[in-house]
Design a protein around this ligand. Sequence first.
Ligand code: G6P
Length: 625
Amino acid sequence: MASISGIFSSSPTLKSQKPLLKPTNSLRRDSFTFPTRSRLFDRSFSLGSTHSVAREISAELSKTDDGVLKEAKKKKGLEKDPRALWDRYVDWFYQHKDLGLFLDVSRVGFTGEFVAEMEPRFQAAFQAMEELEKGAIANPDEGRMVGHYWLRNSQLAPNSFLRSQIDKTLDAVCKFADDVISGKIKPPPSSAEGRFTQILSVGIGGSALGPQFVAEALAPDNPPLKIRFIDNTDPAGIDHQIAQLGSELASTLVIVISKSGGTPETRNGLLEVQKAFREAGLEFAKQGVAVTQENSLLDNTARIEGWLARFPMFDWVGGRTSEMSAVGLLPAALQGIDIREMLSGASLMDEANRITVVRNNPAALLALCWYWASDGIGSKDMVVLPYKDSLLLFSRYLQQLVMESLGKEFDLDGNRVNQGLTVYGNKGSTDQHAYIQQLREGVHNFFATFIEVLRDRPPGHDWELEPGVTCGDYLFGMLQGTRSALYANDRESVTVTVQEVTPRSVGALIALYERAVGIYASLVHINAYHQPGVEAGKKAAGEVLALQKRVLAVLNEASCKEPVEPLTLDEVADRCHAPGDIEMIYKIIAHMAANDRALIAEGSCGSPRSIKVFLGECNVDELYA
Ligand SMILES: O=P(O)(O)OC[C@H]1O[C@H](O)[C@H](O)[C@@H](O)[C@@H]1O
């Protein structure tokens, strides 16, 4: 059994230390050294203050009148002269030679005047990013550092403790994956296979989207372990995944991923999977792996129940930027994906994104385009169109990365701004046969991002399906044609080109968009690293379930009477002392009735005022509970 619990050291988190600290205003961030942990805390907090200098600059700049943007847009339509457009293409063309990645922003109409106007904001954003990477409290509301960039270059981590956490985890992930693939770590002998053949990943949001995207993009045709996902609390969806595994459940490694370790959907998925294991006579603990923060509910459960392995999630890595932590690396490595190459692609991209000249910094160029195209307020949606089947899930992955990061009600100073940038898209050319009609001719509420992959097939496999033309040439033609047709109708677009879909280029793409989001957030002066809005929905869901328990108690009491007393909705609401919640009570009862947990005595759910309801079975014990 692989036990990596040593990785969960008992060191306190930075967050728990914060109240002990005294803010300083030192700006001499480069002169710090960190021989002891207490110095580390001092430093991170003083950098927090330094970070606020960049914030202040950015706050001032964000007050700048955006009249320039409007004026520039009015004056200048999109360039249509082919030679001038070619010049623009070449002038703004970005290439990263080592990564084989190119960025074309020529089909976004920003002007030189606009770029000059934005320059101070970009410089403030670069400064904020530098401070973030050095360990500033860049997520002020949650008092957290933001360290996903350290995951692909641990040397950047602000102290040796964090560095060793990163390195040890990466080594543990690689070793565990090697041992599972080689059969050194096996399922219990009851498995016919004698080795693990399947992964069932249980997680949601940032604990699912990265692993799903990477699996779709990079898993080989015959991976050492195949992967499936439970990323919801939909019972039918869960049953489907378990049914598909069939007898291979005995050789399935279940990876439960949750940073917080308390997300209800993930907990439910785990409970459902554990039930399936019990029913199949299997011992879950021997096949269960947890990826979560130290001492979370999930971590404690896994430790107490003696699961096969546990891997850490760090406080300073957000869910939506966790693909390069154990969250993404463990499932990827188990599928035979070269995770060190992914990390190296991301690291190279990070280096490029540290350049403080906008036109030479690909993430800054993207942020510039987003700002121009959506007026810095998300007035246009970003449609992401990868012309490559394996990148299908990129837009879904970006949806969380971009929308959860940028969709904010308040800016860093508490002003109501209702920021955001809507992302959607599937893939080309498939979408040309679905909604591109509207993009070309309909409501003009978007800009496009084409993701182009130059290599069609592995070398030696191509053939001409008509003289001089391959299947991949069609895909290429469709992309170029759509890009031109949209532009001809004043629809702007960005094109990101990679040579091939490889662990390196996928790592680079993830890093590119992570940084673009961070820079854009600075430009519009918001915190990209928290998600307060998500809590409102979770709280409301909890309230619905609490109300359901009261409804059940009321119905149970009436159903235990002799004779049974069917109740109207008004009666249920009164007895729950919740007359204002009658609509929700109706929905709760309709849901229970559809699942045979409540019986309708009179009327039908289609006519809410007419129904009288009771429970098929009364539970006397509960009456006195
Ligand atoms: O990883 P977990 O703690 O289970 O969280 C899973 C997801 O839940 C939330 O709703 C957050 O908004 C996401 O950012 C997060 O990725």
